[in-house]
Ligand binder design. Structure first.
Ligand code: SF4
Length: 324
């Protein structure tokens, strides 16, 4: 029996691509990926609804290495989609080499994304993945060169599709036909397409060579204010951010909180100077319910030792000036 490995993101296109292949009586195994920027929850739901097995691969390390210097650059944010697709196909191909399979497929649609899904990029992705000729895009296959599984008759090209462009009309019709109701929006699960997150990530890469998973997790929390090349402050925006800060605080960090009034937690990852701490404390007061024109007591802790410092709120314009 012919067997295919499909990249399943949980988005509609990857689900439709799997449907088109399954309809030909081909065995389909899904592959999905996890990094700090996207997860596999959508893919798990999709695989369940498609009744196919799913491999979940954690590619954090190699993805981060690629992300710092993507050969084909970034999209409109920090999304290196061409390199990311190459990497994912390469890793899915490894699974195929190990457990057997005839070809790889994806839900890519010709012309849907101007930079990463034009004819040239689709070919580059296929070639650089190391699986040239064995990467099928079922939704646009009739508009693309014939692949090896089509040439050998393992896949019936006539039953593949010819969707192209940014309109989602055809996909919506197919979703209706296949009764597909739950799926992620295109790129919906990837933080690298988010402008705010991308700004913080670019700032991190610019100021820090050795980036750890915790640094990336912190990017998902709060407002980020840059004090100097070595020091930034993270200010919680709500209870969930404050819980995240508590979960991620590490030895050597400075943690600040207004003592007698409700307000955010402020974190200086890897600690700052006394001037930095006082400035962060004044910002902490600004975002709290404490009076702006009085000295306010702020609890400052580092490595489990707690002290009190008294500061006044910073000028209202300061947070915006420092915001990343
Ligand atoms: S949107 Fe994100 S997950 Fe998707 S290819 Fe681009 S970088 Fe990779």
């Amino acid at each position: 029996m012919t067997k295919a490995m499909g990249l399943i993101s949980g988005g509609l296109d990857s689900i439709l691509a799997a449907k088109v292949i399954l309809e030909q009586g081909i065995e389909v195994v899904g592959v999905s990926f996890v990094t700090p920027f996207f997860g596999s929850q959508g893919a798990v739901r999709a695989a369940q609804s498609l009744s196919i097995p799913l491999h979940i691969l954690d590619i954090t390390e190699i993805h981060l290495e690629m992300l710092r210097r993507p050969k084909h650059g970034y999209g409109s944010n920090m999304n290196p989609c061409i390199d990311c697709h190459c990497l994912m196909l390469r890793e899915a191909g490894r699974v195929m080499d190990t457990e057997g399979g005839d070809f790889l497929f994806t839900g890519e649609v010709l012309g849907q994304r101007p930079m990463s899904q034009n004819k040239g990029s689709l070919h580059v992705v296929e070639r650089e993945s190391g699986y040239e000729g064995r990467v099928l895009r079922p939704l646009s296959a009739k508009l693309l060169p014939e692949t090896l599984p089509e040439q050998s008759g393992k896949v019936d090209r006539e039953r593949l599709l010819s969707i192209q462009g940014r309109s989602r009309k055809r996909q919506m019709e197919l979703a209706e036909r296949y009764h597909i109701k739950a799926y992620l929006t295109p790129a919906g699960g990837c933080l690298l397409t988010d402008p705010g997150f991308s700004r913080r990530l670019a700032d991190l890469f610019h100021h820090q060579d050795d980036v750890q998973i915790r640094d990336l997790e912190l990017l998902k929390i709060g407002r980020h204010l840059r004090f100097s090349p070595a020091v930034k402050v993270i200010v919680g925006r709500h209870a969930q951010d404050n819980e995240g800060i508590v979960r991620l605080v590490a030895p050597g960090d400075d943690l600040l909180k207004v003592e007698a009034f409700p307000g955010p937690l402020c974190l200086i990852p890897n600690g700052g100077s006394m001037d930095d701490i006082k400035k962060a404390a004044s910002i902490c007061v600004r975002y709290s319910d404490a009076p702006v024109d009085e000295m306010v007591s702020v609890l400052w802790s580092r490595n489990g030792a707690e002290k009190r410092i008294s500061v006044r709120s910073c000028p209202p314009s300061l947070p915006a000036e420092l915001m990343i």
